[in-house]
Each structure stands twice: as structure tokens, then as C-alpha cells.
Design a protein around this ligand. Structure first.
Ligand code: AMP
Ligand code: GLY
Length: 428
């Protein structure tokens, strides 16, 4: 089977790598891909948001399944377009992807179906938002309604901070149209957990749990990033949390979607805050997480292609998914300056030594091959994943591998999974 993976980050390298192991896959293309995806397939120089060019490529090359990595093409309706053209594609339709592309839509749906989440209010006028924060209790969270590369969320500690956030989103349009409307919500406390579920329109199957590290620097300091590292399984999600999550979130969500005549087929990734009162939904993502995918897929024993096909065909109900008992940790190596301005084109050394390292997978994100050398081409450059008997062992192995790689300006967090080293592996 000929497969096309859309995107060019660490998540897509992990998807291409895992799909490449499926006996049913004959050829893999990745658009636009990176120097890592090149090792398993062919890169196609088409941007992930150039929908007509992607559909044209899929048609001309008789692609039998397209897997969409990032959120933008989903929000722009790539799945609807492919389906109209009779092309098979994994991902939710544009209307289902609104769960991620409009935080206000998601909040409304959660409120209607009593899914536990932070209390919030939506605003389309700056003056009303200003008036609200004058009277509000702090801290509170100001969120742009639309997609903002994971940066459209600001925690404000007083009215002045809140107003500055509102002003930058609504008036200065720091995130473009994504900030036309805002959500202002209560600030929850607890630890975060990333859940991934395959959803086939009717049923769902949870994948392994993971935890991300969103802040740029050690000790959860510095600005928010796309994610500086992750580990799986999460140490804060018990069997009881799982039962609660299925009952309080997944069940009501699927019912609400059905009521709204929206069919969700694809990967749903709810970001949770584990509070003293139980799991609360922070957001819904409609695609695999990055860097969560880089720790989830190395633990997946089942055939990924089969799982994606089963999801599209609506047959998840009778499907079992097998997992490695071992844990996985990934450490993201970033360009100097990321998440702000950074340079690209720095030569990366040390990758060859790791190509054969046992239980180590170096997933490429912002990389490019130039004259046979691998150079940096983005903010997040590599996600170095290792497996181990427990989180501590995986962590030690991941950092040993990281120590062998270098490029000018490289920075990474030294405390990925540190808080979880004592965690027991419980299998999910
Ligand atoms: P989101 O894009 O909604 O997941 O927000 C990005 C990050 O902002 C989350 O991963 C949390 O770290 C933080 N966040 C979002 N909403 C809240 C909230 N209501 N309370 C506390 N932190 C939040
Ligand atoms: N790592 C968080 C995300 O993919 O949204």
C-alpha cells in the first residue's frame, strides 16, 4: 500500500518510522518531511497547508492512504477535500476538527454535555473582556479562540496582565484571526496528562498515556513551547482516572458530537489537568501530539497501519491494542533562541553513532539534508527517544544518547521525566 504522511516534524518522523514497519506498507511519501523521514521514504516538496497540491499528488500517485499530522490542514478541511475526491485519508473532517480549531466551540460543547473543564466565558469585544477582568479572581487564563501554534494561552496574575493579553490578541492581532474571539477561564491547578484516543465515529480506544514538558527551561520556567520532552506512561493517571475519564469525558463527548451531527473519525488528544477533584479537560487536539507521539509509538506493539484502517472503517470496537510494558522518554534538542528567534543551517554531529544504538530512536523534527550532511532547519530539531524497564532507565538512556549529539546553539532541558523517575510502569 502507498502511504502519504503530511507534515515535517518529529511527530511525522515517528509516524513514518512506525508505518514503515507495517507489512501492508509498500512505499511511504512524506510532505514536506525532514532529513529523518528520508530514511524510511521519499520526501515531497509540498507544504502541509497546500491542500490542492497535496490532493493532486495523492491522485496522480495513487496514494491509498493519507495520514495528516498537523492541525492546520485539518482545520482547513483537508479531510473533506480528499474525501470529495474519493481519496482515503486518516483524520477528522473540518467540522469535527473545530474541537481544536475553536476553543469556544469546544468549551460550549463541554458545557452542554457537562464534561469537566475550567469555567470560562467567551468574548468577541475587547471592552467586555476588559470589564470582565476588572471583576475577576486571579490568576486567570486568556486564550485565543483559534489555532496559535500552542502559544495562544496566557496565564494572567492581575487585571493589568490580563488586559495586556487581551489587547495583544484582539487589537494587535498577535495570532492573526485566531484572536478575533477570546475565551477567559479559571486557572486550574494540578499536573497535566496527554491522552490519545483513536475514535471511529462511534467507539474509541485509548492509546498509551504521556506527559509533555511545555516550558522552555528546567523547573518548568521560561516561555511555552510546542513541547521540550515527554514520557510514557504518565505517572499521574491511574486506573481510576481512566474510568473517570471514559465516563465523564469520552462518553458524553461522543454523545454530544452525535447530537450535533458531527462524526469524529481520527485521533483525539484531550489535554487534561489532573486536579484534586479529578481530570479536567484543558483542550481537545484533533491529531497526534508532538512530542507525545515520539514516546507513544515506540511503545506500540500493534500494527499502526491496521489501527488507522480500522478507525476509518468504524471497526474499533472489536480491536485490541498491544503495548510494550517498558517506558519511553524523549528529550527535544532545540535551536539556540527557540521558542523565540533562532538561526538554522547548523551542522548536526553524532547522528551516525546512534543509528544502531539499542532502544534509542532519534526522531528528526527541524532538520534538512544538505550535500550529505544533516543541518538544523527549525526550532525543535530532534527528539531523542529511549526505551527502558522503567522511566528512570529510559531517561538515563535518552540522556546518554543526547550527550553524543551536538550542533551550534543546541539547548535542551535536563529535567525531562525527572519528577517521574520513581514511577512504576503500570502497562498503559
Ligand atoms: P491549551 O492550548 O488550552 O492546552 O493550553 C496550553 C497550556 O496552557 C496547557 O497545557 C496548560 O499548561 C495551560 N492551561 C490552559 N488552560 C489552563 C487552565 N484553565 N488552567 C491552568 N492552565 C491552563
Ligand atoms: N505537545 C502538545 C501538542 O502536541 O499539542
Amino acid at each position: 500500500m502507498k502511504i502519504l504522511v503530511i507534515g515535517g516534524g518529529g511527530r511525522e518522523h515517528a509516524l513514518v518510522w512506525k508505518l514503515g514497519q507495517s507489512p501492508g506498507v509498500s512505499r511511504i511519501f512524506c510532505a514536506p518531511g525532514n532529513a529523518g523521514t528520508l530514511e524510511h521514504g521519499e520526501n515531497i516538496p509540498i507544504a502541509a497547508n497546500d491542500l490542492p497540491a497535496l490532493a493532486h499528488f495523492a491522485r496522480e500517485n495513487r496514494i491509498e492512504l493519507t495520514v495528516v499530522g498537523p492541525d492546520d490542514p485539518l482545520a482547513a478541511g483537508i479531510v473533506d477535500l480528499f474525501e470529495e475526491e474519493g481519496l482515503r485519508v486518516f483524520g477528522p473532517s473540518q467540522s469535527a476538527a473545530r474541537l481544536e480549531s475553536s476553543k469556544i466551540f469546544a468549551k460550549e460543547l463541554m458545557r452542554e454535555s457537562k464534561i469537566p473543564t475550567a469555567r470560562g466565558a467567551a468574548f468577541s469585544k475587547c471592552e467586555a473582556a476588559f470589564a470582565f477582568v476588572e471583576e475577576a479572581r486571579f490568576p486567570l487564563v486568556v486564550k485565543a479562540d483559534g489555532l496559535a501554534l500552542g502559544k495562544g494561552v496566557i496565564i494572567a496574575h492581575d487585571p493589568a496582565e490580563a488586559k495586556a493579553a487581551i489587547d495583544s490578541m484582539m487589537n494587535e492581532r498577535r495570532f492573526g484571526d485566531a484572536g478575533r474571539r477570546l475565551l477567559i477561564e479559571e486557572c486550574l491547578t494540578g499536573t497535566e496528562c496527554s491522552l490519545h484516543a483513536l475514535v471511529d465515529g462511534k467507539s474509541f480506544r485509548l492509546l498509551a498515556t504521556a506527559r509533555d514538558h511545555k516550558r522552555a527551561h528546567d523547573g518548568d520556567t521560561g516561555p511555552n513551547t510546542g513541547g521540550m520532552g515527554a514520557f510514557s506512561p504518565a505517572d499521574n493517571f491511574s486506573a481510576e482516572s481512566e474510568a473517570q475519564f471514559e465516563r465523564q469525558v469520552m462518553g458524553p463527548l461522543l454523545d454530544a458530537l452525535k447530537e450535533n451531527q458531527v462524526t469524529f473519525r481520527g485521533l483525539l488528544f484531550p489535554g487534561l489537568m489532573m486536579t484534586a477533584e479529578g481530570p479536567r479537560v484543558l483542550e481537545f487536539n484533533c491529531r497526534f501530539g508532538d512530542p507525545e507521539t515520539q514516546v507513544i509509538l515506540p511503545r506500540l506493539k500493534s500494527d499502526l497501519l491496521e489501527l488507522l484502517q480500522t478507525t476509518i472503517d468504524g471497526k474499533l470496537e472489536s480491536t485490541a491494542i498491544e503495548w510494550e510494558k517498558r517506558a519511553a522518554v524523549t528529550v527535544v534538542l532545540a535551536s539556540g533562541g527557540y521558542p523565540d528567534k533562532y538561526d538554522v543551517g547548523k551542522r548536526i554531529e553524532g547522528l551516525e553513532n546512534l543509528a544502531k544504538a539499542k532502544d534509542v530512536h532519534v526522531f528528526h523534527a527541524g532538520t534538512r539534508k544538505v550535500d550529505g550532511a544533516v543541518v538544523t532547519a527549525g526550532g525543535r530539531v530532534l527528539a531523542v527517544t529511549a526505551l527502558g524497564e522503567n522511566v528512570a532507565a529510559a531517561r538515563a538512556r535518552a540522556y546518554e544518547a543526547v550527550a553524543q549529539i551536538s550542533f551550534e546553539g543546541c539547548h535542551y532541558r535536563r529535567d525531562i521525566a525527572l519528577g517521574a523517575v520513581a514511577a512504576k510502569v503500570v502497562g498503559h
